[in-house]
Design a binder for this molecule. Structure first.
Ligand code: 0A1
Ligand code: ZN
Length: 869
């Protein structure tokens, strides 16, 4: 088979030849050996051809028995290979029964059924179910399910599966069983079971439709005390989806489980969500405020999938963004409604611009809906998730909340119980809005971040102000030419008094209130009757995920930071100002720096502003965001320019920073309420600046010594490590010992060590890899050490001698053999290698070439080929 024969293409989609209308599974569970009995009720599907064989997916399964309609099947009637089971001579509806033996404890890929600390866990998305039994492992085959779990009662007292519990009882030899029924038509990627020694907490409630539901959180006994916040978060998510989207829950139970070994963040299996423990466990001593918010957001995300993903699922994996982009949008709105909308938007845009833009500009760029793949696991990307959510957000912007909600209702109603496509989603919104969304659909098909270039002109004689707006999307791999997109561009014009100017727009684009709908490569729009040239502001709320090029002066940005009505854009003005200073793009660098410093000073003096927002403004663009702004990444120059500016600003505002730090102390001592969290955020931001100034190291040390919550303890420790304070090593050791038995907090310590912005971090990481802390089968641990190193430590990862690249590359073959998805994500850290300036480009290139032939998984082989193409 050639490499190309493995490529799966959207254009080749065919409906299934067979459907599986009902699936009954019975598991005899054990860590080393599990036996899976499957009973599949098959009926011919749309593309059924009489006499054609049935081909089921199946990997690493040992066949014990096979029968059709109750009769054992002779060997001549079926064929097995490493990937499939083919059955011949089936005509019309029939029942296929198989029994297979599998080995969970040997499963280090963590796909299919695997063991984690004595628990048995499943992960089936995208194609893991075929490692449990033979099946049509594709999302458009939807079945009703009945699952029986049998196991030793002492070692596996809790037995969970999808749907509702219907029966349980005792067997001989100390064994017991439980039966679960999931009546909703569900594809196999949403199958789940969990068995083991777990404890649970629960809450009973009644949905808006009057259904009694039991919500429960399950975790290892030592962790159950840290699950209360997660249980509250489920209830908040359930109520929010009822109110904002009119979606109610549809089973008698909703279970979520925390596990320590999990490749991704969490998984939305029907009625039984499985979570990486880091997105469930939280208490003030071990979780930061940011961790709490992440727990709430991921719980929301998985819960919201029950409608966007489960009730309406995907026709094929090319449609992944149909569930993921939509569900990210929904979880973003959940957080925005519950907390600060402006702060949430800023954080989402930071991630988008710092990471997704880089993906879209690098060797791995792909459309939100790809048209081909070698390995679908490689498409769980920031582009599918985050840019996918931005597309839904633009639709919301274009239609407005009311029409968008009607479009969502229509989408859910028309597609409930079905496997849908992006076209179905757009058709629902087109139907309710009466709009033609054909051009808008290009957002799903075209890779690359669009660039808007805006020039303006003011004719004082006529009082006419003109905007000329050009759009351009750069070429990406396989897509040299791009077409114009429908881009909703929000804008405002400010007069000399700082008030918005109300002037009617005319020109060759549709303009509705504050929204210009760009559809062509170039638009010209003018406003008449303006007594003075206005100050324009664009893309409020970052309504469109584009780069925006308008030649602001530092003074204009300083002014926007004060007068712009949109909070996101006030933050954005400061980011632009800081970026321009660091990249030296302003004609008068001194004036630019002064404008930035003045604006930050005013913010620090503004006790009425939300402290969390002020903290966002103090967080100037990071390395990734700066690197995204330049054609060639000169690592040393970017890092140096950033440090230089931060040092100067810290000097400028030492007094103000200190005042806010102390003034917020009382408020920050509160609990998990918004004001207390915001106060801690700003205090720790101030500390981060102050720690740059020698005499203030003592402040960080004092905060570390007296901290009562993880947010403050970790915030202080980060400063000590970051600036190499004298107490750094003692503090790191104290922290490590205090949390030695807590894997999630140990990961925080390892992250600090691996991300320490010093070239010697390469040697520190090497030492960690040789220590007992290195457990390469645990994805969180691999991420804490190598992920933090490659993604959060540009100083060491891009070390001039190439030692950082070599360190990572040396680990990849071993990791690839353990867990290909984890290895592939690390390999993705090289996505921007082609833009590196100087010798680093060749060093990275050589490192990648050196991996050729050493990475055996389809995941890594595919990525490496694309990186080197
Ligand atoms: N659907 C999950 C993410 C997920 C994807 C793949 C996984 O294993 C390969 C696991 C989880 C979500 O969006 O939360
Ligand atoms: Zn998701």
């Amino acid at each position: 088979m050639t490499e190309d024969a493995r490529i799966v293409r959207l254009a080749d989609y065919r409906p299934p030849a067979w459907r599986i209308v009902r699936t009954e599974l019975a598991f005899d569970l054990d860590l080393d050996d599990t036996v899976v009995a499957a009973r599949l009720e098959l009926t011919p599907g749309e593309s059924y051809a009489p006499g054609a064989p049935l081909r089921l997916d199946g990997e690493e399964l040992a066949l014990l028995d096979i029968a059709v309609d109750g009769q054992p099947l002779p060997p001549a009637r079926y064929a097995l290979d490493g990937e499939s089971l083919t059955v011949h001579g089936l005509v019309g509806p029939c029942v296929l029964e198989t029994r297979a033996r599998i080995h969970p404890a040997r499963n280090t890929r963590l796909e299919g059924l695997y063991a984690s600390r004595g628990l048995l866990i499943t992960q089936c998305e995208a194609e893991g179910f075929r490692r449990i039994t033979w099946f049509l492992d594709r999302p458009d085959v939807m079945s009703a399910w009945r699952v029986t779990l049998r196991a030793d009662r002492a070692r596996f007292p809790v037995l969970l599966a999808n749907g509702n519990p219907v029966e349980r009882g005792t067997l001989d030899d100390g064994r017991h069983y439980a039966v679960w029924e999931n009546p909703h038509a569900t594809p196999c990627y949403l199958f789940a079971l969990v068995a083991g020694r777990l404890e649970g907490i629960h809450r009973d409630l009644v949905t808006a439709e009057g259904r009694a539901v039991r919500l429960a959180v399950w975790a290892a006994p030592e962790d159950i005390g840290r699950c209360g916040f997660a249980l509250d978060a489920i209830e908040r998510a359930l109520r929010w989806d009822e109110q904002r989207f009119g979606r109610t829950y549809d089973l008698d139970v909703f279970n979520i489980v925390a596990v320590q070994d999990f490749t991704m963040g969490a998984m939305e299996n029907k009625g039984l969500n499985i979570f990486n423990a880091r997105y469930i466990l939280a208490d003030p001593d071990t979780a930061t405020d940011a961790d709490y918010l992440a727990v709430e957001s991921v719980i929301g995300h998985e819960y919201f999938h029950n409608w966007s993903g489960n009730r309406v699922t995907l026709r094929d994996w090319f449609q992944l963004a149909l569930k993921e982009g939509l569900t990210v949008f929904r979880d973003q709105e959940f957080t925005a409604d519950l907390h600060s909308r402006a702060v949430k938007r800023i954080e989402d845009v930071r991630l988008l611009r710092g990471r997704q833009f880089a993906e879209d500009a690098g060797a791995l760029a792909h459309p939100v809906r790809p048209v081909q793949y070698r390995e679908i696991n490689n498409f769980y990307t920031l582009t599918v998730y985050e840019k996918g959510a931005e597309i839904v957000r633009m639709l919301h912007t274009l239609l407005g909340e009311e029409t968008f909600r009607a479009g969502m209702d229509r989408y859910f109603a028309d597609n409930d119980g079905r496997a849908a496509t992006v076209e179905d989603f757009l058709a629902a919104h087109a139907a309710v809005s009466g709009r033609d969304l054909a051009q808008f659909a290009r957002w799903y098909a075209q890779a690359g971040t669009p660039q808007l270039r805006i020039d303006d002109e003011y004719d004082a004689m006529r009082g006419r102000y003109t905007l000329r707006i050009r759009q351009h999307t750069p070429p990406t791999p396989g897509q040299p030419d791009k077409q114009a997109l429908l881009i909703p561009l929000r804008f405002a014009l400010y007069g000399p008094d700082g008030e918005p100017v109300a002037a009617a727009a005319e020109g060759d684009a549709v303009v509705r209130d504050d929204l210009i709908e760009l559809t062509a490569d170039v638009h010209e729009i003018h406003f008449d009757g303006l007594p003075a040239k206005p100050l324009p502001a664009f893309n409020q709320g970052f309504a469109a995920p584009v780069r925006l090029d308008y030649a602001y002066t530092p003074a204009q940005l300083g002014r926007l930071a004060r007068i712009e009505r949109d909070a996101f854009n006030r933050w954005e003005a400061l980011q632009r100002l800081a970026t321009g200073v660091m990249l030296r793009t302003f004609a008068d660098p001194r004036a630019a720096q002064a404008a930035l410093s003045d604006a930050l000073g005013d913010l620090l003096d503004d006790d009425a502003a939300d402290p969390a927002f002020v903290a966002e403004c103090l967080a100037l663009p990071d390395f990734d965001t700066l690197a995204d702004q330049v054609p060639q990444i000169d690592v040393d120059a970017l890092l140096a320019a950033r440090e230089e500016l931060l040092d100067l600003l810290a000097e400028d505002h030492a007094d103000r920073l200190e005042r806010r730090y102390h003034a917020l102390a009382d408020l920050a001592a509160g609990g998990l309420d918004g004001p207390a969290m915001a106060a801690r955020t700003l205090r720790n931001a101030c500390l981060g600046w102050l720690a740059r100034l020698d005499p203030h190291e003592a402040l960080a040390q004092r905060q570390f010594d007296t901290a009562t919550v993880m947010t403050d303890r970790l915030g202080a420790l980060r400063c000590l490590v970051r600036f190499d304070a004298p107490g750094k090593d003692a503090a790191l050791a104290a922290f490590r010992e205090r949390y030695r038995h807590d894997p999630l907090v140990t990961d925080k310590w390892l992250t600090l060590v691996a991300a320490r912005p010093q070239p010697e971090a390469v040697e520190d990481v090497r030492a960690l890899l040789a220590s007992d802390w290195w457990t390469p089968t645990n994805p969180n641990r691999v991420r804490a050490i190598l992920g933090s190193f490659a993604r959060m430590n540009p100083v060491a990862f891009h070390r001039a001698d190439g030692a950082g690249y070599a360190l990572l590359a040396a680990q990849l073959p071993g990791l690839d053999a353990i867990n290909p998805q984890v290895a592939a994500r690390l390999l993705g850290s090289f996505e921007s290698w082609q833009r590196l300036a100087g010798p680093r480009r060749a060093l990275a290139h050589d490192t990648l070439r050196g991996l050729d032939g050493k990475l055996t998984s389809r995941d890594c082989a595919d990525l490496l080929a694309r990186l080197l193409a």
